[in-house]
Design a protein around this ligand. Structure first.
Ligand code: KIV
Ligand code: ZN
Length: 529
């Protein structure tokens, strides 16, 4: 309870199995260093328990569990075993340096597993499970027991197994829907039944572990939580055997976004969700589907005109999560044939173009023609459209009259520029840099003095051959004052062509700077009105 007497929301324990069940995804093999890197980021993100591997399965897995146990101090480190002594001894050895070790042992509880996989009887399987827990307790205090294929088991038998393994010392009981067979109602009911029918269930934490074969892993996990489970077993991006496991990001963000419904919390720093998702995708080589909830490329992208218009007026019209809360820098307005004027106007403003109505309509007409031919219209397409349709939309405040560069393998790149400014005043200055382009940009900055950051620079050959014309496209970013809201970052693009790419770079920079200066002047005039 807090000072006001209100009780704080109960915590849901996050058990991450990206490095064990996740790594069982076809083709996802990770080496030890990669596993360690993922383990570090999971620790920073606030994961409570990290299932680091299945130590007996290979020397590599054993070593990974050992290294993670040595290094990761703020998570419980868990190693998987089958219900036999050899597996348990090897896991205990791999976990011996962990600050908080946990052995995760168990075996099947459905008749199909008992009969065909384990080739034993219900009683035989129950005895093996109890023996395994007792044996694991010789090495560690914290023993988690999994009842494989619980989703298809006879609940009465499951209750008996759980009662027996808890009596033998299991601290956590894991209820897996191994084959992703259950529906949310059934799975929630199963967890409720366990809490109501297993007499000693208060001595253990109930964990849920769902697979996604019917696309219901997250729904089943949350149904489990609604019915009393307090640990959830998840993987980053939902990777795992076959159709995968419950995804960490979906469960964590559902609990957070719908705190009104769940009344629960987790220790996860949600701003790390997107970077961790990228890391896992890169290291496993498993791409994230674009429409994946929370971390897919389209999760915060708005494509239709109606949605773009709504989101630009008020983000929450179509977004239930602020992208920044999951570490995604911003929502995205995707320009396509379905986009409307609001989306296009917004993107043009982001790029620093302020067009009058007539110019805008011309650009919009041409944009629709391009959009009909291409799936999406990107920045470069827009710049080409503008270059063709409208000449210059801003007054050129500064004009580059002359640029001279000196560089070579034994000299410091140095540039001298002469720039004609407002009222025809000419200024000359020079500077050196890490390369010729850097030297030119520094020299220009000395004359114009408009703070900004170069965020993109690309060179393209427009024509072929040794005398090719090079086209440089750049984007700079600057803080701009906005009425009421203080400051906002705006991006200004610029392009320049020349046979000398350093001169082309200088022209592109002048282009972007003039646009920045024009926007600032316009903002000041707006304030004066
Ligand atoms: O899906 C499953 O049943 C498992 C167990 C080994 C926990 O991954
Ligand atoms: Zn599993």
């Amino acid at each position: 309870m807090d000072e006001s007497g209100a009780s704080s929301p109960e915590n849901i324990i996050i058990f991450d199995t990206t490095l064990r069940d996740g790594e069982q995804s076809p083709g996802a093999a990770l080496n030890i260093d990669e596993k360690l890197e993922i383990a570090r980021t999971l620790q920073e993100m606030g994961v409570d328990i990290l299932e680091a591997g299945f130590p007996i399965s290979s020397p590599g897995d054993f070593r990974a569990v050992q290294r993670i146990s040595e290094e990761i101090r703020n998570c419980t480190i868990c190693g998987l075993t089958r219900a036999n002594r050899k597996d348990i001894e090897v896991a205990a050895e791999a976990l011996k340096d962990a600050a908080r070790p946990r052995i995760h042992t168990g075996l099947g509880v459905s008749d199909v597993h008992i009969k065909y996989k384990l080739r034993t009887t219900r009683e035989g399987a129950l005895e093996m499970g109890v023996d395994a827990v007792r044996y694991a307790k010789r090495f560690v205090e914290d023993v988690q027991y999994y009842t494989e294929d619980a989703g298809r088991a006879d609940p009465e038998y499951l209750y008996r197994v759980l009662e027996a393994v808890i009596a033998a010392g299991a601290t956590v009981v894991n209820i897996p829907d191994t084959t992703g067979y259950s529906s949310p109602e059934e799975f929630g009911g199963l967890i409720r039944g366990i809490l109501d029918n297993v007499p000693n269930i208060d001595k253990a934490v109930v964990s849920v572990h769902c697979h996604n074969d019917l696309g219901m892993a997250t729904a089943n996990t949350l149904a489990g939580v609604r019915n009393g489970a307090r640990q959830v077993e998840v993987t980053v991006n939902g990777i795992g055997e076959r159709a995968g496991n419950t995804s960490l990001e979906e469960v964590v963000m559902a609990i957070r976004t719908r705190s009104d419904l769940f009344g629960l919390t987790t220790r996860i720093d949600t701003r790390r969700i997107y970077p961790v998702s990228r890391l896992v995708s890169e290291l496993t080589g498993i791409p994230v589907q674009p429409n994946k909830a929370i971390v897919g490329a389209n999760a915060f992208a708005h494509s239709s005109g109606i949605h773009q218009d709504g989101v630009l007026k008020e983000r929450t019209t179509y977004e239930i999560i602020n992208p920044r809360d999951v570490g995604v820098p911003d929502s995205e307005i995707v320009l396509s044939a379905r986009s409307g004027r609001a989306g296009l106007r917004h993107r043009l403003a982001e790029l620093g173009y302020t067009l009058d109505q007539e110019q805008f309509e011309k650009v919009y007409g041409r944009f629709l023609t391009v959009a009909d031919k291409k799936k999406t219209v990107d920045t470069r397409d827009l710049e080409a459209i503008i270059a063709d349709e409208v000449q210059v939309f801003f007054e050129e405040t500064y004009h580059l009259e002359h640029v001279q560069i000196s560089c070579g393998d034994h000299s410091i790149p140095t540039a001298t520029v002469r720039i004609r400014g407002p009222n025809g005043k000419v200024a000359c200055d020079a500077d050196h840099g890490t390369g010729p382009v850097d030297a030119v940009y520094r020299a220009i900055n000395r004359v114009i003095g408009e703070p900004n950051e170069l965020i993109e620079f690309s060179v393209q050959a427009v024509t072929e051959g040794i005398d090719a014309v090079g086209r440089v496209t750049i984007r700079i970013q600057a803080e701009e004052p906005v009425k009421e809201n203080g400051w906002e970052r705006r991006v200004f693009s610029g392009r320049g062509s020349d046979m000398d790419i350093v001169v082309a770079s200088a022209k592109a920079y002048m282009f972007a700077l003039n646009r920045l200066v024009a926007a600032r002047r316009e903002a000041q005039q707006g304030e004066g009105n």
